[in-house]
Design a protein around this ligand. Structure first.
Ligand SMILES: Cc1cc2nc3c(=O)[nH]c(=O)nc-3n(C[C@H](O)[C@H](O)[C@H](O)COP(=O)(O)OP(=O)(O)OC[C@H]3O[C@@H](n4cnc5c(N)ncnc54)[C@H](O)[C@@H]3O)c2cc1C
Length: 421
């Protein structure tokens, strides 16, 4: 084996050789950028095709970025770092537009500032990147699962499982674009953390994010399958003696385990790492109505339908099943208390559906262990991009924006290091 490695090093192509581990969102953008700069790149992807997760994003429509990209939309489990905001400012949503425009893809913003390809197909984003790499002869090795990365002198030796058995490859630079551990069916099962740790890095605690939440279901058993549009969802918890509150407006869907829907996904980004502190969700079913207007509507019903059961008092105000559940829970016909139930239907969060259902991983390589160019401070020549790092974004295109921005930051750092500019 030592002989083989020595031969590989001897035969190594004179040109720069950059190994990109992971052919997902950040890996593909990085490969294009480095190829543009005339550098020799090889993308190692364990899956049988490139960009499997990218092609599934945004319900298959590819919410690639957002008009409101600032570091306020991002989280880190460890210490937050200035370099994230600098990178996001330097490689922003406009650059995403220009990048894809240069590949012949048009993007548009929807009313919530989310950007999608005009063809509304996420797979188109993967396709144009794949076409580009093919056209420009960029080496891509599919079904190649990198299981070990070792530095020998100035060179990295990668060991990979392939369809033809175990193989070794050499590189002078290695970039981990291996994603996180959300939804392992996309190849992201967190396997690369072991490789990254073996190189001397730590990995912060990991949490699922953009995920459905489990709640106590005592008052929601009859509500399974009901979707409430435009509800205000508020999460509250106490940290270090301080009460923290976050609210979003969106869809809430009742399920057998708790709640799902767009508002739940969005709020999960703020709370999955603090569930141990005890998080309460409050649903305001009618954010546009005041408590008084709801109480008046109940009073009007009471005065006219004297023979009706109190369980129907919220009929025509909220969904009938929700109305009955509120009356049952409040156990009263008092208009003010029922109006309270409509405006503040509380549930305790007991957990989340976990990494198998999460769209994103919270946590990863701590930002203090990388330079401004996202190069490892532990091993020169190792870089990180995308979800592998301890940066996760809110729902709405922010995670693909980070994959893009971090890939651009790495590309520029490598290009500078290799003296290509
Ligand atoms: C269903 C779903 C929908 C989403 N929708 C959106 C959205 O609309 N907008 C948005 O901003 N974000 C969305 N996200 C999140 C977004 O897709 C990710 O944040 C983004 O893809 C991360 O990019 P990445 O390059 O870091 O990793 P990934 O795109 O996950 O790519 C990592 C790649 O590395 C490969 N890999 C891992 N380990 C190895 C190894 N050892 N050897 C070789 N290859 C390896 C994997 O197979 C994978 O292809 C969604 C996520 C999911 C799951």
């Amino acid at each position: 084996m030592l002989y083989n490695i020595a031969m590989m090093l001897k035969n190594k192509n004179e040109k720069q050789n950059i190994a990109i581990i992971g052919g997902g969102a950040s890996g593909l953008v990085l490969a294009k950028k480095l190829c543009d700069a005339g550098l020799r790149v090889c993308v190692y992807e364990r899956g049988e095709r490139l960009g499997k997760k990218l092609s599934a994003t945004g319900n298959g429509q590819g919410n690639i970025t957002n008009r409101n990209v600032t570091c306020a939309e991002y989280f880190s489990v460890g210490k937050t770092d200035e370099k994230v905001s600098e990178i996001l400012q330097k490689y922003d949503d406009k650059q995403v537009f220009d990048f894809f425009a240069s590949l012949g893809v048009l993007l548009f913003f929807d009313e919530r500032g989310r950007a999608y390809p005009t063809g509304r197909q996420a797979s188109a984003l993967t396709d144009v990147l794949r076409f580009y790499l093919q056209e420009n002869g960029v080496e891509t090795r599919l079904s190649t699962w990198v299981t070990d990365v070792k530095k020998q002198g100035e060179t990295f030796v990668l060991t990979a499982k392939t369809q033809d058995g175990e193989k070794r490859f050499v590189a002078d630079t290695v970039v981990f674009c291996t994603g996180g551990t959300a939804q392992k069916n996309f190849g992201t099962d967190g396997n690369a953390y072991a490789r990254i740790r073996a190189l001397g890095h730590t990995i912060t605690k990991l949490y699922p994010s953009l995920v459905q939440l489990k709640t106590d279901t005592a008052h929601t058993k009859t509500l399974k399958g009901i979707r409430v549009a435009d509800a205000r969802l508020t999460a509250t918890y106490e940290k270090n003696g301080e009460r923290k509150t976050v609210s979003v407006i969106g869809d809430v869907i009742f399920t057998e385990y708790g709640v799902s829907g767009d508002a739940v996904f969005r709020i999960s980004a703020f709370v999955t790492d603090v569930l141990h502190l005890g998080v309460t969700l409050s649903i305001d079913f009618l954010p546009e109505q005041t408590k008084e207007s709801i109480a008046t509507a109940i009073e009007n019903k009471k005065s006219q339908f004297v023979s009706q059961s109190s369980s129907e008092l919220l009929c025509g105000i909220v969904n009938n099943q929700i109305g009955r559940a509120i009356v049952k829970r409040e156990n009263t016909a008092d208009s003010s208390r029922l109006a309270d139930g409509v405006k503040n239907f509380t549930l305790s969060v007991t957990g989340s559906l976990g990494f198998d259902y999460a769209q994103v991983t919270k946590g990863g390589v701590p930002l203090c262990e990388v330079t401004e160019g996202l190069q490892s401070k532990k091993v020169q020549g190792v870089y990180f991009a995308g979800e592998t790092l301890d940066v996760d974004g809110q729902c709405g295109g922010f995670n693909l924006q980070w994959a893009f921005s971090s890939a651009c930051a790495v590309a520029d750092a490598i290009i500078k290091d290799k003296g290509q500019v």
